[in-house]
Design a protein around this ligand. Structure first.
Ligand code: NAG
Ligand code: NAG
Length: 198
Protein backbone atom coordinates (compact mmCIF):
# COMPACT_ATOMS: atom_id res chain seq x y z
CA UNK A 1 0.00 0.00 0.00
CA UNK A 2 2.73 2.42 0.99
CA UNK A 3 4.59 1.58 -2.17
CA UNK A 4 1.51 2.27 -4.27
CA UNK A 5 1.01 5.66 -2.66
CA UNK A 6 4.65 6.49 -3.12
CA UNK A 7 4.61 5.52 -6.77
CA UNK A 8 1.48 7.62 -7.22
CA UNK A 9 3.24 10.60 -5.74
CA UNK A 10 6.18 10.10 -8.03
CA UNK A 11 4.29 9.31 -11.19
CA UNK A 12 1.14 11.27 -10.42
CA UNK A 13 -1.20 8.36 -11.03
CA UNK A 14 -4.29 10.32 -10.03
CA UNK A 15 -3.46 13.71 -11.39
CA UNK A 16 -3.79 14.32 -15.07
CA UNK A 17 -1.54 17.02 -16.37
CA UNK A 18 -3.53 20.28 -16.29
CA UNK A 19 -4.41 21.71 -19.68
CA UNK A 20 -5.17 25.28 -20.77
CA UNK A 21 -8.90 25.79 -20.41
CA UNK A 22 -11.74 28.19 -21.13
CA UNK A 23 -13.87 29.64 -18.33
CA UNK A 24 -17.66 29.20 -18.50
CA UNK A 25 -19.14 31.45 -21.22
CA UNK A 26 -21.57 33.10 -18.78
CA UNK A 27 -20.39 34.28 -15.37
CA UNK A 28 -21.60 36.62 -12.67
CA UNK A 29 -19.45 37.57 -9.72
CA UNK A 30 -17.23 40.11 -8.08
CA UNK A 31 -13.65 41.15 -8.45
CA UNK A 32 -11.07 43.30 -6.75
CA UNK A 33 -8.32 45.03 -8.67
CA UNK A 34 -5.33 47.07 -7.68
CA UNK A 35 -2.53 48.63 -9.68
CA UNK A 36 0.97 49.37 -8.54
CA UNK A 37 1.84 52.52 -10.45
CA UNK A 38 -1.53 54.23 -10.48
CA UNK A 39 -2.19 53.67 -6.79
CA UNK A 40 -5.70 52.48 -7.59
CA UNK A 41 -8.10 50.08 -5.87
CA UNK A 42 -11.30 48.87 -7.43
CA UNK A 43 -14.05 46.58 -6.24
CA UNK A 44 -16.55 45.59 -8.90
CA UNK A 45 -19.51 43.39 -9.52
CA UNK A 46 -19.25 41.90 -12.96
CA UNK A 47 -21.33 40.06 -15.54
CA UNK A 48 -19.60 38.29 -18.40
CA UNK A 49 -21.15 37.01 -21.62
CA UNK A 50 -18.64 35.47 -23.97
CA UNK A 51 -20.99 34.72 -26.88
CA UNK A 52 -22.54 38.16 -26.88
CA UNK A 53 -19.18 39.81 -26.11
CA UNK A 54 -20.78 41.86 -23.34
CA UNK A 55 -19.38 42.84 -19.95
CA UNK A 56 -21.01 44.86 -17.18
CA UNK A 57 -18.87 46.37 -14.44
CA UNK A 58 -20.40 48.12 -11.47
CA UNK A 59 -17.37 49.37 -9.66
CA UNK A 60 -16.24 51.56 -6.80
CA UNK A 61 -12.70 52.37 -5.98
CA UNK A 62 -10.10 54.86 -4.93
CA UNK A 63 -7.59 56.58 -7.14
CA UNK A 64 -4.93 58.71 -5.52
CA UNK A 65 -6.98 58.83 -2.31
CA UNK A 66 -10.18 59.91 -4.03
CA UNK A 67 -13.13 57.57 -4.24
CA UNK A 68 -15.03 57.03 -7.48
CA UNK A 69 -17.76 54.81 -8.78
CA UNK A 70 -18.47 53.69 -12.31
CA UNK A 71 -21.18 51.63 -13.89
CA UNK A 72 -20.08 50.49 -17.33
CA UNK A 73 -21.68 48.30 -19.96
CA UNK A 74 -19.14 47.21 -22.56
CA UNK A 75 -20.62 45.99 -25.84
CA UNK A 76 -17.70 44.81 -27.95
CA UNK A 77 -19.82 43.76 -30.94
CA UNK A 78 -21.10 47.32 -31.23
CA UNK A 79 -17.74 48.82 -30.22
CA UNK A 80 -19.67 50.86 -27.67
CA UNK A 81 -19.39 51.47 -23.95
CA UNK A 82 -22.25 52.94 -21.95
CA UNK A 83 -21.46 54.78 -18.75
CA UNK A 84 -24.68 54.47 -16.79
CA UNK A 85 -25.74 56.86 -14.02
CA UNK A 86 -28.61 55.07 -12.34
CA UNK A 87 -29.21 57.74 -9.72
CA UNK A 88 -30.21 60.39 -12.27
CA UNK A 89 -31.10 58.01 -15.12
CA UNK A 90 -28.59 59.35 -17.63
CA UNK A 91 -25.97 57.74 -19.82
CA UNK A 92 -22.82 58.52 -21.69
CA UNK A 93 -22.27 56.53 -24.86
CA UNK A 94 -18.68 56.24 -25.96
CA UNK A 95 -16.72 54.31 -28.57
CA UNK A 96 -15.10 51.16 -27.20
CA UNK A 97 -11.63 50.41 -28.45
CA UNK A 98 -10.04 47.01 -28.19
CA UNK A 99 -10.90 43.44 -28.93
CA UNK A 100 -12.99 41.22 -26.67
CA UNK A 101 -10.73 38.83 -24.76
CA UNK A 102 -12.48 35.65 -23.67
CA UNK A 103 -11.67 34.45 -20.17
CA UNK A 104 -9.37 31.56 -20.96
CA UNK A 105 -5.88 30.27 -20.48
CA UNK A 106 -4.21 30.68 -23.89
CA UNK A 107 -3.01 27.44 -25.50
CA UNK A 108 0.60 28.61 -25.47
CA UNK A 109 0.65 29.42 -21.73
CA UNK A 110 3.10 27.56 -19.49
CA UNK A 111 1.98 25.73 -16.39
CA UNK A 112 3.67 27.10 -13.29
CA UNK A 113 2.09 24.53 -11.02
CA UNK A 114 -0.91 22.99 -9.37
CA UNK A 115 -1.53 23.75 -5.71
CA UNK A 116 -4.24 23.66 -3.11
CA UNK A 117 -5.28 27.06 -1.79
CA UNK A 118 -6.23 26.74 1.86
CA UNK A 119 -5.74 23.28 3.29
CA UNK A 120 -6.05 19.70 2.13
CA UNK A 121 -6.74 18.44 5.66
CA UNK A 122 -10.52 18.44 5.56
CA UNK A 123 -13.42 18.67 3.14
CA UNK A 124 -14.26 22.22 2.10
CA UNK A 125 -10.98 23.61 3.43
CA UNK A 126 -9.13 23.71 0.16
CA UNK A 127 -9.38 24.63 -3.50
CA UNK A 128 -7.38 22.88 -6.22
CA UNK A 129 -6.01 25.45 -8.65
CA UNK A 130 -3.63 25.67 -11.59
CA UNK A 131 -1.39 28.67 -12.20
CA UNK A 132 -0.27 29.60 -15.70
CA UNK A 133 2.08 32.21 -17.11
CA UNK A 134 2.48 33.66 -20.55
CA UNK A 135 2.74 36.75 -22.71
CA UNK A 136 -0.06 39.24 -23.23
CA UNK A 137 -1.24 39.75 -26.82
CA UNK A 138 1.00 41.97 -28.95
CA UNK A 139 3.85 41.62 -26.43
CA UNK A 140 2.09 44.12 -24.16
CA UNK A 141 3.54 42.38 -21.10
CA UNK A 142 3.21 39.22 -19.03
CA UNK A 143 0.42 37.57 -17.10
CA UNK A 144 0.09 34.97 -14.39
CA UNK A 145 -3.40 33.45 -14.08
CA UNK A 146 -4.81 31.07 -11.50
CA UNK A 147 -7.97 29.11 -12.28
CA UNK A 148 -9.70 26.25 -10.52
CA UNK A 149 -8.83 22.75 -11.75
CA UNK A 150 -12.52 21.91 -11.83
CA UNK A 151 -14.53 24.32 -13.94
CA UNK A 152 -11.72 26.70 -14.97
CA UNK A 153 -13.20 29.41 -12.72
CA UNK A 154 -10.93 32.46 -12.51
CA UNK A 155 -9.28 32.94 -9.11
CA UNK A 156 -6.68 35.63 -9.76
CA UNK A 157 -4.72 37.23 -12.56
CA UNK A 158 -1.56 39.29 -12.34
CA UNK A 159 -0.55 41.43 -15.29
CA UNK A 160 2.67 43.22 -15.77
CA UNK A 161 2.89 46.03 -18.29
CA UNK A 162 5.31 48.92 -18.49
CA UNK A 163 2.46 51.39 -18.33
CA UNK A 164 0.69 50.10 -15.19
CA UNK A 165 3.40 48.06 -13.46
CA UNK A 166 1.78 45.16 -11.62
CA UNK A 167 -1.96 44.89 -11.81
CA UNK A 168 -3.68 42.31 -9.61
CA UNK A 169 -7.21 40.98 -10.16
CA UNK A 170 -8.91 38.63 -7.70
CA UNK A 171 -12.26 37.02 -8.46
CA UNK A 172 -14.74 35.77 -5.89
CA UNK A 173 -18.40 34.84 -5.34
CA UNK A 174 -18.56 33.63 -8.95
CA UNK A 175 -21.64 31.82 -10.17
CA UNK A 176 -22.10 30.27 -13.57
CA UNK A 177 -24.77 32.04 -15.59
CA UNK A 178 -26.18 35.55 -15.79
CA UNK A 179 -28.31 36.32 -12.75
CA UNK A 180 -30.04 39.32 -14.26
CA UNK A 181 -29.95 39.40 -18.10
CA UNK A 182 -31.38 42.95 -18.05
CA UNK A 183 -28.02 44.14 -16.74
CA UNK A 184 -26.44 43.34 -20.12
CA UNK A 185 -28.87 45.51 -22.09
CA UNK A 186 -28.63 49.31 -22.12
CA UNK A 187 -31.40 50.72 -19.90
CA UNK A 188 -34.27 52.50 -21.78
CA UNK A 189 -32.99 55.91 -20.77
CA UNK A 190 -29.73 55.19 -22.64
CA UNK A 191 -31.50 55.12 -26.02
CA UNK A 192 -31.54 58.89 -26.25
CA UNK A 193 -28.23 59.59 -24.64
CA UNK A 194 -25.57 61.77 -26.16
CA UNK A 195 -22.72 60.34 -28.16
CA UNK A 196 -19.80 61.80 -26.32
CA UNK A 197 -16.42 61.48 -27.88
CA UNK A 198 -17.63 60.60 -31.32
C1 NAG B 1 -2.76 59.78 0.00
O1 NAG B 1 -2.90 59.82 1.42
C2 NAG B 1 -1.70 59.53 2.11
C3 NAG B 1 -2.01 59.47 3.59
O2 NAG B 1 -2.93 60.46 3.97
C4 NAG B 1 -0.62 60.59 1.75
O3 NAG B 1 0.58 60.28 2.39
C5 NAG B 1 -0.40 60.57 0.24
O4 NAG B 1 0.50 61.61 -0.12
C6 NAG B 1 -1.72 60.79 -0.50
N1 NAG B 1 -1.50 60.62 -1.94
C7 NAG B 1 -2.00 61.46 -2.85
C8 NAG B 1 -1.66 61.15 -4.28
O5 NAG B 1 -2.69 62.42 -2.58
C1 NAG C 1 -25.89 62.54 -13.73
O1 NAG C 1 -24.88 62.10 -12.85
C2 NAG C 1 -23.58 62.08 -13.40
C3 NAG C 1 -22.63 61.45 -12.42
O2 NAG C 1 -22.79 61.91 -11.13
C4 NAG C 1 -23.17 63.49 -13.79
O3 NAG C 1 -21.87 63.50 -14.34
C5 NAG C 1 -24.18 64.02 -14.80
O4 NAG C 1 -23.87 65.35 -15.12
C6 NAG C 1 -25.60 63.92 -14.25
N1 NAG C 1 -26.53 64.31 -15.33
C7 NAG C 1 -27.54 65.14 -15.13
C8 NAG C 1 -28.36 65.42 -16.35
O5 NAG C 1 -27.78 65.62 -14.05
Amino acid sequence: MKLLILSCLLAGCLAQKPRPCSSPPLLTGALAMSTQKENMWVYAKYLYDEMGQRIRLMERGTYENKTFSYDLLLLYREATVYEIHRHNRTCNKMPLKGVFQPMAIPKDASLLGQVILGSSSGPGEGLLVNTWTGDLPEKAGKFMSTVTEFGCIPVSTLFHTDRFGWMVLSYFDNVIGILDPQDLIPPPYCQHCGDEGR
